[in-house]
Write a protein that binds this ligand. Structure first.
Ligand SMILES: Cc1cc2nc3c(=O)[nH]c(=O)nc-3n(C[C@H](O)[C@H](O)[C@H](O)COP(=O)(O)OP(=O)(O)OC[C@H]3O[C@@H](n4cnc5c(N)ncnc54)[C@H](O)[C@@H]3O)c2cc1C
Length: 397
């Protein structure tokens, strides 16, 4: 029996190592991923700020997997043929699978709005890949020397609120340190009904903590905001309100990769894979999905479509659950029903000079949210980075 896992982020890497632990050696586990490295995405904002280099937040996946007895192929998934249970890869290779786990995360949809995306396609900066974040460094430094109006925000249908909030708050601190905050306005725009909603109707007291932080730091905000388009020097909302901006960072919506969108009935209109409580596709029973590649429906309705925050730790737990169910299908262990909204996790928001620790788990809120004072928030996040990277790299995640 052969299980193929596509993607080696939080979900794919955790699932592969878990599956290897659960299955006898006679069953093969193969990971296909587009990158040789695991990148710790929560630290990308620090690359833009010049506090981290890409090598600091990455480790090679191949030795981790090979040491565990998992074959690793670095290639792009091109097509999936569910009736034949086969996939094709960018290197012209094709493979058969008995079980397929799709953990490819999302693809940023820069086409969602005119003017969205880094030059030359648009007028915004991006911190969503190590290369993009490196490219932002020079602009960040230039802004600290010659500041102006700043617009930070998220589009409809994206769940990546944390990075946008952190970016705005860290920028505020950097502008203060440079002694130029009075020459730069910061405006945050979001489709959320209120700040700190996160697509979850808030996480504990996140609303008040973020609203207070924004008010204290004079960061303006427009909630229930829909962007119409972005120009060089301005963000134009659907209301035709025009926000002048010298430096614009907008998180786009994400969608499933093309190889997934191309398979009939596998994914929704955004290319996200619906799964049951066992992380199995109802359309193709040998295909599983975990992490942000899968569809997570918002737990609450909002006026504008808001994505749902899915932390890395939740993606990893989804991967582990999917692995347990694949093993159970092969007769090793019991099926585990553990839907995404029953998973518990935490999220640390680094405000630059303060922070917020939030616990997640929409079925039974732990309601723990700590307003972390001073530099502790930064060190809490650094500790989380070091600890999580060690766990992932040593197969203990
Ligand atoms: C800037 C940023 C900041 C964030 N901050 C935080 C934070 O502070 N805390 C937190 O908990 N979470 C944070 N997140 C969210 C967290 O990173 C995600 O929840 C997590 O990465 C999702 O894991 P995943 O495994 O589903 O997808 P990913 O981590 O995106 O992994 C996808 C994998 O699939 C591979 N892949 C993609 N396409 C293909 C293809 N065609 N063929 C083969 N392989 C492919 C990729 O190479 C990668 O290995 C942040 C994310 C970003 C981008």
């Amino acid at each position: 029996m052969n299980t193929v896992i596509i993607g080696a982020g939080y979900a794919g890497l955790t699932a592969a190592l878990e599956l290897r632990r659960l299955l006898p050696k006679s069953e093969t586990v193969t990971v296909v991923s587009a990158s040789e490295d695991f990148i710790f995405l929560p630290s990308l904002i620090w690359i833009a700020q010049g506090e981290r280099d890409p090598a600091d937040i990455a480790f090679p996946i191949r030795p981790v997997l090979e040491e565990a007895g998992i074959e690793f192929i670095c290639a792009h998934l091109e097509t999936i043929n569910p009736p034949k249970k086969s996939i094709s890869l960018s290197k012209g290779q094709s493979m058969n699978y008995d079980k397929l786990l799709i953990a490819t995360g999302g693809e940023w949809n820069w086409d969602a709005l005119p003017g969205l995306g880094p030059e030359p396609i648009g007028h915004t900066v991006s911190i969503l890949s190590a290369r993009d974040a490196l490219n932002v460094r020079a602009q960040w430094q230039a802004l600290l020397v010659d500041p102006g109006p700043i617009v930070i925000g998220v589009t409809l249908n994206t769940g990546l609120y944390g990075a946008a909030y952190e970016f705005a708050l860290n920028l505020d601190v950097a502008l203060h340190k440079a002694g130029v905050r009075d020459r730069a306005s910061i405006t945050f725009i979001t489709p959320e009904p209120y700040l700190g909603h996160f697509g979850h109707d808030g996480l504990g007291d996140s609303r008040h903590i973020i609203e207070e932080a924004f008010s204290h730091r004079k960061i303006m905000s427009v909630t229930e905001a829909q962007i119409d388009h972005i120009e060089a020097g301005a963000v134009v909302l659907a209301t035709m309100q025009r926000l002048i901006s010298k430096f614009t960072m907008i998180v786009p919506p994400y969608r499933g990769i093309k190889a997934i969108r191309d398979v009939p009935d596998l994914a929704d209109e955004e290319g996200r894979i619906p799964v049951d409580e066992f992380y199995r596709s109802p359309a193709y029973l040998d295909i599983f999905s975990a992490g942000i590649a899968m569809q997570v429906k918002p737990p609450v309705l909002t006026t504008l479509p808001c994505g749902v925050l899915i932390p890395g730790t939740v993606s990893a737990q989804m991967g582990r659950s999917a692995a347990a169910n694949i093993a159970a299908d092969f007769g090793h262990g019991e099926l585990v029903a553990r839907s995404a909204d029953s998973l518990k996790s935490f999220y640390v928001l680094d405000f630059g000079s303060q922070g917020l620790f939030m616990s997640l788990g929409s079925k039974s809120w732990l309601n723990v949210q700590l307003n972390i004072p001073g530099p502790w928030s930064h060190w809490a996040k650094v500790a989380a980075e070091r600890y999580q990277m060690w766990q992932l790299q040593s197969g203990r995640y």
